[in-house]
Design a protein around this ligand. Structure first.
Ligand SMILES: *[C@@H]1O[C@H](CO)[C@@H](O)[C@H](O)[C@H]1NC(C)=O
Ligand SMILES: *[C@@H]1O[C@H](CO)[C@@H](O)[C@H](O)[C@H]1NC(C)=O
Ligand SMILES: *[C@@H]1O[C@H](CO)[C@@H](O)[C@H](O)[C@H]1NC(C)=O
Ligand SMILES: *[C@@H]1O[C@H](CO)[C@@H](O)[C@H](O)[C@H]1NC(C)=O
Ligand SMILES: *[C@@H]1O[C@H](CO)[C@@H](O)[C@H](O)[C@H]1NC(C)=O
Ligand SMILES: *[C@@H]1O[C@H](CO)[C@@H](O)[C@H](O)[C@H]1NC(C)=O
Ligand SMILES: *[C@@H]1O[C@H](CO)[C@@H](O)[C@H](O)[C@H]1NC(C)=O
Ligand SMILES: *[C@@H]1O[C@H](CO)[C@@H](O)[C@H](O)[C@H]1NC(C)=O
Ligand SMILES: *[C@@H]1O[C@H](CO)[C@@H](O)[C@H](O)[C@H]1NC(C)=O
Ligand SMILES: *[C@@H]1O[C@H](CO)[C@@H](O)[C@H](O)[C@H]1NC(C)=O
Ligand SMILES: [Ca+2]
Length: 538
């Protein structure tokens, strides 16, 4: 007889205290799943996984460890006469009666088993899809002349996986999930918003990290950004080291402007940054100052992209973000591999050509307009999410305020657009949708100085700890915040990201500081700056 065994974190939250899988006859077998999958689908495998098990399949980017006991299932579903996608499903024996879907990153095609494990440990029945192809995240070549594959990546595979995944979950436990959730970051964030807008019945709550929601403009922007710093041999080019020096100067000037010199820029938009400080003088150290031609490049990198006839095209990265994506033509740069996010998109998704593009001299304005008008795969998440709101859905949306791949203002623009949609109907966004900017956090995770960890998508501590050790409550753990809001209408008035020493939970907490729902900001009220009690949202 299987015990009713909810995880302590859910019990502490008093969410679903009466819930739990009551079914003592779980059938983790191929014959069972063969009889319940869609008639056009194929069963890839069914595997029982023991407590603390490892698991992965051949579509996984990373294998899962620390899985609870459960059933790992995979199904291949044809999506057109030339395409199909794989669904990975994990059904924990000790089920919390909830369904959870997760997404992918970049143009990647893989099953996210490590992410699934982090979610399964709460007791969720969890799914992930390879989105119908196999590739790494910066690699967009597979889309060339494969419009049906692009549609699968854009939305079809995830939506189909959610619908089928919920059905299989209900059959397996002999009862439908009581709530359905989503957690994803980057492309995963876009996938979540796309679902909310196009299929509002799929989820009751969604945790959306740094979404690439308007990928049709974001992707050309990534190439445009690098082109501003090209070609390599031009007098206006900033070397990798000069890009580092620019960031150091930004941090030097902006950090104290929030009142505390603590290595964290609380509000990059409020910083009055004087680029002139970097101009080379006769006394300057030439390896960390800029010539007038380089000053112009630097100015472009830290300003929004404004093009012909003063048209605003795209926001830039917040002051204090790593700007090395502009060095993507530099073989020594860490950003190198990510440049293809922009150039592959233009070449293979928009222009559909086999010859490479002259990305340095491209007419970016025109190609971006073309990209937006084609909107490959209909991937862009629309801003009318009123059906989701009417169903009572909840959204917690967050974005690192030092994101180096997707400008934080891209999220803010989404939120502001949604606000405009609802302004006419008198709906207060705070009642169902809250947006948090996390100072110092890079793309989806990590910071050297700032608290960043909220157990969000792709967030993983160095010791693979699960949840927010020592602080598994709705104020510190964004998954629990989403459950509390959706199920008990306890809205998140703030979240408290944590930075553990060396990002290792067993080494203890280094700093915690609240982040506030936009447009509120965390204000220092006195006391230990590393304690969340010294701050309040205002
Ligand atoms: C358990 O499930 C199997 C397969 O669905 C079914 O054949 C069997 O009768 C069930 N046993 C009980 C005790 O419910
Ligand atoms: C879980 O498995 C790992 C190896 O994958 C092992 O190092 C660890 O000690 C195990 N944990 C428990 C609680 O059994
Ligand atoms: C996952 O584990 C399997 C079996 O141990 C192994 O063959 C495979 O390479 C692993 N996959 C990854 C992505 O590490
Ligand atoms: C296969 O079945 C699934 C589930 O019913 C459906 O979503 C999908 O469109 C079908 N595929 C094709 C190619 O018809
Ligand atoms: C696939 O279906 C489309 C119409 O939906 C048709 O034009 C095309 O020829 C078909 N391709 C194959 C390989 O059957
Ligand atoms: C930069 O390199 C290109 C191609 O290698 C060459 O045509 C051009 O003259 C060079 N420009 C400068 C300023 O050296
Ligand atoms: C010049 O700047 C570089 C890079 O910041 C630094 O490594 C070097 O020590 C500086 N040289 C002097 C003389 O200050
Ligand atoms: C810019 O403005 C001029 C003058 O109004 C107009 O002729 C031109 O078409 C505009 N260019 C674009 C790309 O919109
Ligand atoms: C490239 O192919 C896509 C998908 O077939 C199509 O929508 C788009 O219009 C094509 N691009 C151009 C420039 O023709
Ligand atoms: C990080 O770990 C190292 C060695 O394990 C230790 O010396 C150092 O104090 C730790 N850093 C912090 C901030 O605790
Ligand atoms: Ca500061």
């Amino acid at each position: 007889m299987q015990s009713l065994n909810l995880l302590p974190v859910l019990a502490a939250l008093a969410v679903g205290a009466s819930a739990g899988s009551a079914n003592n006859n779980l059938t983790c077998s191929s014959s069972f799943f063969s009889s319940i999958i869609p008639s056009n689908a194929t069963l890839n495998y069914v595997n029982h996984v023991p407590q603390n098990g490892s698991f992965g399949d051949r579509w996984a980017n990373e294998n899962a460890t620390a899985l609870p006991e459960g059933c790992a299932v995979s199904v291949n579903v044809p999506s057109s006469n030339v395409t199909g996608y794989n669904i990975a499903l994990f059904l924990p024996t000790s089920w919390n009666t909830r369904f959870m879907a997760t997404g992918s990153g970049g143009y990647g095609g893989y099953t996210s088993w490590s992410e699934m494990s982090r979610l399964a440990q709460y007791g969720f029945a969890v799914i992930s899809t390879d989105t119908g192809h196999s590739s790494g995240e910066p690699d967009g070549r597979w889309a060339y002349h494969h419009p049906e594959m692009v549609i699968d990546w854009a939305w079809r595979a995830l939506h189909g996986s959610v619908v089928i995944g919920k059905d299989l979950t209900a059959s397996y436990y002999d009862q439908p999930a009581e709530y359905s959730y989503y957690s994803g970051c980057s492309t995963g964030g876009r996938q979540g918003l796309k679902e909310i807008q196009a299929f509002p019945e799929d989820f009751d709550g969604a945790l959306i990290g740094a979404p690439a929601w308007d990928i049709s403009v974001l992707a050309p922007f990534v190439a445009w950004f690098g082109a501003q710093n090209s070609p390599l041999n031009s007098s206006h080019h900033l070397s990798y080291d000069l890009v580092s020096a620019l960031r150091s100067e930004i941090v030097r000037q902006c950090d104290p402007q929030d009142g505390l010199t603590d290595g964290i820029i609380m509000d990059p938009r409020a910083c009055d940054f004087r680029l002139e400080a970097m101009l080379c003088k006769s006394s300057s150290n030439s390896s960390s100052c800029l010539t007038p031609a380089q000053m112009e490049t630097a100015r472009r990198l830290i300003s929004p992209w404004v093009d012909v006839n003063a048209t605003y095209v795209f926001p830039t990265f917040p002051l204090g973000a790593d700007l090395h994506i502009a060095s993507f033509d530099n073989p020594s740069a860490t950003g190198t591999q990510w440049g293809s996010l922009g150039t592959d998109w233009i070449q293979y998704w928009v222009l559909n050509q086999s010859e490479s593009i002259d990305w340095v001299n491209l007419n970016y304005y025109d190609v971006t307009e073309l990209s937006a008008s084609i909107n490959p795969g209909d991937a862009v998440a629309g801003v009318d999410i009123s059906k989701f709101q009417q169903r009572g859905g909840k959204i917690i949306h967050y974005h690192g305020y030092a994101d180096e791949f997707i400008p934080t203002d891209h999220s803010r623009n989404y939120y502001d657009h949604v606000n405009q949609v609802f302004a006419q109907s008198g709906v207060d966004l705070d009642d169902f949708y809250r947006f948090f900017q996390i100072p110092g956090m890079a793309h989806c995770y990590s910071s050297d100085t700032a608290p960043w960890y909220i157990a969000g998508s792709l967030q993983n501590l160095d010791d693979n700890s699960f949840g927010v050790p020592g602080y598994d409550d709705r104020h510190h753990n964004s998954i629990l915040a989403l459950l509390a809001w959706t199920e008990k209408n306890e809205a998140p008035d703030y979240l408290i990201p944590t930075k553990y020493n060396n990002d290792t939970a067993s080494q203890g907490v280094e700093i915690q500081r609240p982040v506030c729902p936009y447009p509120k900001k965390a204000r220092y009220t006195g006391g230990d700056v590393k304690s969340p009690d010294s701050w309040k949202c205002a």
